[in-house]
Design a protein around this ligand. Structure first.
Ligand code: HXC
Length: 520
C-alpha cells in the first residue's frame, strides 16, 4: 500500500473539517429547522448568489466562551456563514445566520465574522446583504455579545449612503437585534416564518396585559402594512431571496457608481395612447396611478417598494430606456392621493435612498393636499410632512415631475415641484395647479358675497366656475415658468426619456456640511 503523502494527509484533514462545517448544528436540528418551511443558511446563499460564485470566509471560526457548558458546543463557523459572491455578475458581500447552531445566536466571534465582511464591503464599495435567522444575543456570553451587536450597528451607520445594505428576516429577530435591519436600506420578511419585535408577546403580557401572537405583533404582514418596518413581505425563503436579486438589479454598487443600465426592447419614443383617456372627466373620480406608471416604463415593469404600506403614495423602481429610476406617485385611488404621515415618511426615505445612490427620481403628481384631521396634526404631520419636502429639496439627482391632475398648495410644492429644485416639470392639460381646489377657495374668499346673493347656491356655482376657469389648469404655472411643458399624456414616456437623457450629466452639490438636520 502506498504511503499517504503529507499533502494528501493534510487535504484529508481539510476535507473532514469542511464536511463538519457543512453539517451546521447536526441532522436533528436541521430536520427541525426545515419543518417550518425554512431553508438552511447555505441553501439560502445558493438561491441568492449566482451559481458557483460564493466564496466563504471564516468557515472554521469557533466561539471562545466556556460558560455554562459552552466549551462542548463549538461548531465550525459559529452559527453564521459569511463571504462574498455575485448577483447577476455583480459583487456582493453576505452573511447568513445558521439557526441550527445555537439558534443562530450572536456571539462575539459571530459578530467579528459579520464585521469582517461588512468592512470589506465598505472598503471595496459593494452591497452588503444580511440574511438574519437568530435567537438574538447569545445568552451564555452576556455582554460580550452585546458588544458584537454594537460593532455591527456602527458599521451599518458608517456604510449608510455609501453602499446599499439589505436585510432579510428569515426567522426570529427580537430585542435590540432588530436595529441593525432597520438601519439598512431595505428589509425583507417572509410570511408566517419571520418576526421582529423589540419586546415579545410574553413581556407585553406582563407589562401591558395585552394578548398578542408573535405573527400579529411582528410578522411580515404587520410590518409591511402597519408599521412600515418591512419594505417587502414575501411568500417563502426562495421568493424572498429572488426578490433581493431583483432589487439589486436596480442598484449601483456604491454611492460613486452609476445604477446599472440594461438593454431594453421597449422603444424610447413609444407613444402611450392609453394615457390620453385615463384621467376621468370628473375631477372627484379616482383612477389608478399605478397604471400611468406601468404604461410608461420599460416593458411595463415596476418593482414596487412598500407596496402594502401608505398606499396613498406609490414608490418603487423601474427603468426608462434601460436607465433605472426611482418612481414616486400619488395614488388617487387611496385617500384621494392625500399626503399623510405614513406617506410622507415612506416617500422621504425612498427619495433619500435614490439620492444617495445616484438614481434619478421621477414623480407622478395628483395630490389634493395634506390629509386634514386631529389625528394627523397631533401625531406631527408638520414634522413628518417636512421630511418629504426636505428629501425632495435636498436631492441633487435628476428630478422629473409629471403633474397629471391636482397639484394643490403645499403638497404641490412638496411633490417635486420646480420650486424645490426639480429639473423638469411637465403637466398634462388636465392639470390643476393651484393654491387649493376651486370649491374650498370660493367658500373662503367669497363667503360674504355668496351669503348676500339672492340665490347663494347659484352664486357659489358661478364663482366656482370662474375660479376653475382661471386657476384649475396648467397654464398659470406654465406662464410663470413653474411648468416647463404642457404635454399630451400619450407623450409621457418619450418626454421623461428626453429629460433623463438631457440630465444625464447633471452636476449639483449641496454646500459642505457635517450633515443636515432633517426633521426626524
Ligand atoms: C443562546 C439560544 C438562543 C440565545 C436560542 N438558543 N436562542 N442559545 N442564546 N439567544 C438555542 C436554544 O437553546 C436551542 O438550543 C436552539 O437555540 C434552538 O432554539 P429553540 O428554542 O429550540 O427554537 P424555537 O423553539 O424555534 O424558538 C426560537 C426562539 C427561542 C423563540 C428564538 O429560542 C428563544 O426565545 N430564544 C431566546 C430569545 C432571547 O431572549 N434572546 C435574547 C434577546 S436579547 P438546543 O441546544 O436546545 O437546540 C437580545 C439583545 C440584543 O438579543 C441586543 C442588541 C443590542
Amino acid at each position: 500500500m502506498e504511503m499517504e503523502t503529507l499533502i494528501q494527509k493534510r487535504l484529508r484533514e481539510l476535507e473532514t473539517r469542511n464536511e463538519k462545517a457543512m453539517q451546521g448544528g447536526g441532522a436533528n436540528r436541521l430536520a427541525k429547522h426545515k419543518q417550518g418551511g425554512r431553508l438552511t443558511a447555505r441553501e439560502r446563499l445558493d438561491i441568492l448568489l449566482d451559481p458557483g460564485s460564493f466564496v466563504e470566509m471564516d468557515r472554521f471560526v469557533v466561539h471562545r466562551c466556556n460558560n455554562f457548558g459552552m466549551a462542548d458546543q463549538r461548531a465550525p463557523g459559529d452559527g453564521v456563514v459569511t463571504g462574498y459572491g455575485r448577483v447577476n455578475g455583480k459583487l456582493i458581500y453576505v452573511s447568513s445566520q445558521d439557526f441550527t447552531v445555537i439558534g443562530g445566536s450572536m456571539s462575539r466571534t459571530q459578530a467579528n465574522k459579520i464585521c469582517k465582511v461588512m468592512d470589506l464591503a465598505l472598503k471595496n464599495g459593494a452591497p452588503f446583504i444580511s440574511l438574519n435567522d437568530s435567537g438574538g444575543a447569545r445568552i451564555q456570553e452576556g455582554i460580550e455579545s452585546l458588544g458584537g451587536y454594537a460593532d455591527i450597528f456602527t458599521r451599518n451607520v458608517t456604510s449608510s449612503g455609501v453602499i446599499p445594505q439589505i436585510t432579510a428576516i428569515l426567522g426570529p429577530c427580537a430585542g435590540g437585534a432588530v436595529y441593525s435591519p432597520s438601519i439598512t436600506d431595505f428589509v425583507f420578511m417572509v410570511k408566517n416564518t419571520s418576526y421582529m419585535f423589540v419586546t415579545g408577546p410574553d413581556v407585553i403580557k406582563t407589562v401591558t396585559h395585552e394578548d398578542v401572537t408573535k405573527e400579529d405583533l411582528g410578522g411580515a404582514i404587520t410590518h409591511s402594512q402597519r408599521s412600515g418596518v418591512a419594505h417587502f413581505a414575501t411568500e417563502d425563503d426562495k421568493h424572498c431571496l429572488l426578490m433581493i436579486r431583483e432589487l439589486l438589479g436596480f442598484l449601483p454598487a456604491n454611492n460613486l457608481d452609476d445604477a446599472p443600465v440594461l438593454p431594453t426592447t421597449d422603444t424610447p419614443d413609444r407613444i402611450v395612447e392609453g394615457l390620453n383617456n385615463l384621467i376621468p372627466d370628473n375631477p372627484k373620480k379616482p383612477y389608478d396611478m399605478l397604471s400611468v406608471i406601468t404604461e410608461c416604463v420599460d416593458e411595463g415593469y415596476f418593482l414596487e417598494v412598500h407596496k402594502h404600506y401608505a398606499q396613498n403614495l406609490i414608490v418603487g423602481f423601474a427603468r426608462f430606456n434601460g436607465r433605472p429610476v426611482g418612481i414616486v406617485g400619488n395614488q388617487p385611488n387611496v385617500l384621494a392621493g392625500c399626503l399623510n404621515i405614513e406617506a410622507s415618511r415612506k416617500g422621504a426615505r425612498f427619495i433619500r435612498f435614490c439620492d444617495a445612490f445616484n438614481i434619478p427620481v421621477v414623480s407622478f403628481v395628483d395630490v389634493p393636499g395634506f390629509l386634514p384631521g386631529k389625528d394627523q396634526e397631533w401625531n406631527g404631520i408638520i414634522t413628518h410632512g417636512a421630511k418629504l419636502l426636505y428629501a425632495y429639496a435636498e436631492a441633487t439627482v435628476p428630478k422629473i415631475t409629471v403633474i397629471t391632475r391636482k397639484a394643490y398648495g403645499g403638497a404641490y410644492i412638496v411633490m417635486g415641484s420646480k420650486l424645490l429644485r426639480s429639473d423638469v416639470n411637465l403637466a398634462y392639460p388636465t392639470a390643476e395647479i393651484a393654491v387649493m381646489g376651486a370649491e374650498g377657495a370660493v367658500n373662503i374668499i367669497f363667503r360674504e358675497q355668496i351669503a348676500k346673493a339672492a340665490d347663494p347656491a347659484a352664486e357659489r356655482a358661478r364663482l366656482i366656475a370662474e375660479y376653475e376657469n382661471k386657476f384649475s389648469n396648467p397654464y398659470v404655472s406654465a406662464e410663470l415658468g413653474y411648468t416647463d411643458e404642457v404635454i399630451e399624456p400619450a407623450m409621457t414616456r418619450k418626454r421623461i426619456i428626453d429629460a433623463l437623457e438631457m440630465l444625464k450629466n447633471k452636476r449639483e452639490t449641496n454646500p459642505p456640511k457635517k450633515h443636515g438636520n432633517i426633521p426626524l
